[in-house]
Design a protein around this ligand. Structure first.
Ligand SMILES: CC(C)(COP(=O)(O)OP(=O)(O)OC[C@H]1O[C@@H](n2cnc3c(N)ncnc32)[C@H](O)[C@@H]1OP(=O)(O)O)[C@@H](O)C(=O)NCCC(=O)NCCS
Length: 199
């Protein structure tokens, strides 16, 4: 079928730019629009329950303040089941989601998370005929050892363990056990090397 006859063919649409007056009006309406303020409150509320309050409830092993650098937009779920060692570096927009019932996240000392890393200790079940959101969670602990580096956008799934000194590549999907000092990359993760320590 030629493009002219195909109703789903991509259309060439000329880009319209807003004039100065229209931009000014848009700014004015934003400033007086009560919905914008209501939305700002929602964001405040979100950061309070996903970051500020949880930070006080995480099991910090008494060391969170010492050398820690936690991005202010990192989020935490079920912080009472999250344990953090010393000198954690948690990058922008990281998410640590422990389970609602039993799945813990345990993080050792000197762990570095790049931006956008996701760690979850819970899966939804999906086979009992109800919508996924109404089904039970299947939870398993995630354990991350000491001196581990997780690259940008790594995802760590329930039940994963990452041994001391391991390096996880950017964008990796971590399932199962990663041995200590491994360099692991890819989706799903595979071991591509061993971290060498120069003497
Ligand atoms: C994992 C990492 C540290 C490995 O570095 P390295 O030891 O120099 O590894 P190499 O570049 O020699 O790559 C080794 C192999 O793994 C592959 N590889 C490396 N990083 C990869 C990644 N993130 N995803 C998929 N494959 C990757 C390479 O293509 C290469 O494969 P090949 O042997 O088939 O050619 C690095 O690639 C990485 O992902 N760093 C994260 C960077 C980051 O997120 N920074 C900001 C956060 S602080």
């Amino acid at each position: 079928m030629s493009d002219e006859m195909n109703p789903n063919a991509p259309q060439l649409v000329p880009k319209k730019s807003l004039g100065k007056a229209a931009k000014l009006l848009r700014l004015l309406f934003s400033v007086i629009d009560p919905r914008a303020y209501a939305h700002a409150l929602k964001i405040l509320n979100y950061y309070n329950y996903s970051h500020v309050t949880p930070l006080r409830r995480i099991k910090t092993l008494g060391h969170l303040g010492e050398g820690a650098a936690i991005s202010p937009n990192a989020t935490f779920a079920n912080p009472e089941r999250i344990e953090i060692g010393k000198r954690l570096k948690l990058g922008a927009r990281c998410a640590l989601w422990a389970g609602t019932g039993s799945g813990h996240i345990k993080i050792g000392d000197d762990v570095l998370f790049g931006p956008d890393v996701m760690v979850t200790a819970a899966n939804y079940r999906f086979n009992d005929g109800h919508p996924v959101t109404e089904q039970a969670m299947d939870e398993a602990d995630v354990v991350i050892g000491n001196d581990v580096w997780l690259g940008t956008r790594a995802i760590v799934l329930p039940g994963a363990t990452i041994g001391d000194g391991a390096i996880i590549g950017a964008g990796a999907l971590v399932k199962g056990d990663i041995p200590p000092m491994s360099i692991a990359v890819g989706v799903p993760v595979r071991i591509v090397g061993k971290r060498q320590v120069d003497t």
